[in-house]
Design a protein around this ligand. Structure first.
Ligand SMILES: [Zn+2]
Ligand SMILES: [Zn+2]
Length: 644
């Protein structure tokens, strides 16, 4: 018998005289802590079942149920348990695939009818029984042909298709109790390890995402290492539902979408348009402060120009085209081209650089209907877009300037964020040299500013690498908003140049950048971030005058017009209704201040402000209230609200 050497990473090796040592045996011999929390093992860098014989010299690492990898294995195993429960409860159902996903798992089924939310409790109960039985997951390998025969016998056509497409000689099957699934593994040792799970929702999904194939029924669920974590997660889900902008948008009368108008097109209602206007004014102020110039290009540009820029070649499937007077035009999906023509409209010297052209540019992009979602993914949107055209040696300073711009703006909205650099994608234009220079410029600027960042290989725009800014909202969710892209290629294609100190023509560099990105998307994120309760400077309606009785209406109207004239965004509720009802309604609309006007207020010529969180302020004059609002407006950099 041969000796085998096993060790933990950085640990001493142990010589063992056994042939059939499993990963679990080895980990126990190596005295790992908490063996009851193990779900798998890493053996020579590969994650495998605890029951797998190691059969060779091995370096091992434990995989615990509460680690990221462990949770993934737990959740995928829960998907097998769910599939088993569904098969037992719904005879004739065919199983397809059931992967772990971020925060949970799903399994797709083909059944005579779609599953419904009210099927879930029964399935959960059955899963509970399977978990209670603590059935072991056992693995066996067989030839692909044997597996095909096996699944054919059990009428699992989808599995047969999967095995054929795999094209492997051998496949592995996992069995727990009466249920066998085609799977690479690994799995938890037995079903009893699933201590906390919940089924969440059902949805339709095409087999292999192909709309020409069968429509399947997908059941989503999640599992955690312990009930406390599950409870926290369910609470976060509930909170996310409460903040869902698709629900809050219409409820707060901000926006709507209409089948009659078209998918991915937003209709802005008065309050939403006011919110948008406030944001756009904010954007313009912030850009002018930083020496940007406002410009605007047209919506339609000749297709010839899109060919010249490379958009036709690389971005055509996302664009819309139309023909006017037998001439083909493309609706702009980006704002760059007109900005370059503005630059090229006269000869620029090194003294003129940098030029920073800013446009609240409305663009159209064809997104697949399946990915459209509320304000987050739409087909028409407006970007706070700018193009900075500068000398290559100014690039570093300009990128830092944009990074600081992002920092200032995100602080105003209380967003933390992470930075990621995306490098050259497969479909792209430009030389390797230019790509390297551009990527280095972005990385160096972040390093100079001491900002940590991650790298996304191959995720850049077709014309250059980019920095993506991922916002973290009040629930810790990440949102892609700002991007900074560095580009040497478009200036080349459009023959942009400047006259340098020595009188020579030189090629400038170009930065494409957005700070909040698409205004639509940013508003969607803001609604969820603030749960609809916007800070006063941003609130479409800042205050609501509420009268107590009809006697108070004349004074109420006086307060209303006085404050409105002073540019407070204010409305009145003078209905002959109980004050309590009016307060509740204003609170549902998340209006920052309710101004109560009763007999006492009329007599003293003041108002009693009540905040939306229920806090009452002392009776004050309309002028004092105006002062308070003006102070809060300053957060958004707007100090121009007149004081009377
Ligand atoms: Zn599996
Ligand atoms: Zn651009």
């Amino acid at each position: 018998m041969q000796n085998m050497s096993i060790s933990l990473k950085d640990g001493p090796a142990l010589e063992i005289e056994r042939e059939s040592l499993t990963a679990l045996d080895a980990l126990k011999l190596l005295n790992v802590k908490r063996p009851e929390r193990l779900v798998a093992a890493e053996v020579n860098g590969e994650i495998c079942d605890l029951s797998r014989p190691i059969g060779q010299n091995a370096q091992l690492a434990p995989v615990y149920v509460d680690s990221e990898k462990g949770l993934e294995i737990l959740r995928h195993s829960a998907a097998h348990v769910m599939a088993m429960a569904v098969r037992e409860l719904f005879p004739g159902v065919k199983v397809t695939i059931g992967p772990a996903i971020e925060d949970g798992f799903y399994y797709d089924f083909d059944y005579e009818r779609p599953f419904r939310e009210d099927d879930l409790p029964r399935i959960e109960e059955k899963m509970g029984e399977i978990i209670e039985e603590d059935l072991a997951f056992s693995r066996r390998e067989m030839s692909a042909q044997e597996a095909v025969d096996w699944f054919k016998r059990h009428s699992e056509d989808y599995k047969v298709e999967l095995i054929r497409d795999l094209g492997a000689e051998k496949v592995s099957l996992y069995t727990q109790g009466s249920f066998t699934d085609l799977c690479r593994g690994p799995h938890i040792p037995s079903t009893g390890l699933i201590k906390a799970f919940r089924l969440l929702k059902v949805a339709g999904a095409y087999w292999r995402g192909d709309e020409n194939r069968a429509m399947l029924s997908r059941i989503y669920g999640t599992a955690f290492a312990d009930p406390k974590r599950l409870k926290e997660y369910l609470h976060r889900l509930e909170e996310a539902q409460r903040r869902n902008h698709v629900k809050l948008g219409p409820q707060l009368e901000l926006f709507s979408t209409h089948e009659e108008i078209g998918a991915g097109m937003i209709v802005w209602h008065p309050k939403g348009m006011m919110l948008r206007h406030i944001l756009e004014e904010f954007e313009i102020r912030e850009h002018l402060k930083r020496d940007y110039e406002m410009v605007k290009g047209p919506e339609l540009l000749k297709t010839e120009l899109w060919k010249k820029s490379g958009h036709f070649e690389n971005y055509r499937e996302n664009m819309y085209f139309t023909t006017i007077d037998e001439q083909s035009y493309g609706i702009k999906p980006m704002n760059c081209l007109a900005h370059m023509l503005i630059y090229r409209s006269k000869i620029r010297s090194y003294r003129d650089l940098p030029r920073r052209y800013f446009e609240l540019g409305t663009v159209h992009r064809h997104e697949r209907s399946g990915v459209l979602h509320g304000l987050l993914r739409v087909r028409e949107f407006t970007q706070d877009d700018a193009h900075i055209i500068c000398m290559p040696e100014q690039l570093n300073g300009e990128i830092k300037g944009v990074l600081n711009f992002v920092k200032d703006v995100m602080a105003i909205f209380n967003f933390d964020y992470d930075l990621e650099v995306s490098t050259r994608p497969e479909k792209s234009i430009g030389s390797d040299e230019d790509w390297k220079m551009a990527t280095d410029a972005l990385m160096r600027a972040m390093e100079d500013e001491g900002l940590p960042y991650e790298i996304n290989e191959g995720d850049g725009a077709f014309y250059g690498p980019k920095i993506d800014v991922k916002l973290k909202d009040a629930l810790g969710r990440k949102w892609q908003c700002a991007t900074i892209q560095c580009d040497f290629t478009l200036p080349e294609k459009f023959d942009l140049f400047y006259i340098d100190k020595d009188g020579q023509k030189r090629r400038p560099a170009m930065i494409h950048r957005v700070i909040v990105g698409a205004i639509e998307r940013f508003i969607g994120v803001l609604i969820e971030h603030y749960a609809g309760a916007f800070p006063t400077w941003l609130a479409p309606v800042q205050a609501m005058v509420l009268t107590v009785t009809d006697r108070n209406i004349p004074f109420g109207e006086q307060v209303l017009s006085e404050l409105r004239e002073a540019e407070v965004r204010i409305e009145g509720d003078f209905r002959n209704e109980k004050l309590g009802l009016k307060v509740r309604e204003a609170q549902l609309q998340k209006i920052p201040y309710m101004l109560i006007v009763g007999d006492k207020e009329c007599e003293k010529g003041g108002v009693t402000p009540r905040k939306r969180d229920g806090q009452n302020l002392p009776l004050m004059s309309p002028e004092e209230f105006l002062h308070l609002i003006s102070e809060e407006n300053k957060i958004g950099g707007n100090g121009h609200s007149k004081e009377t």
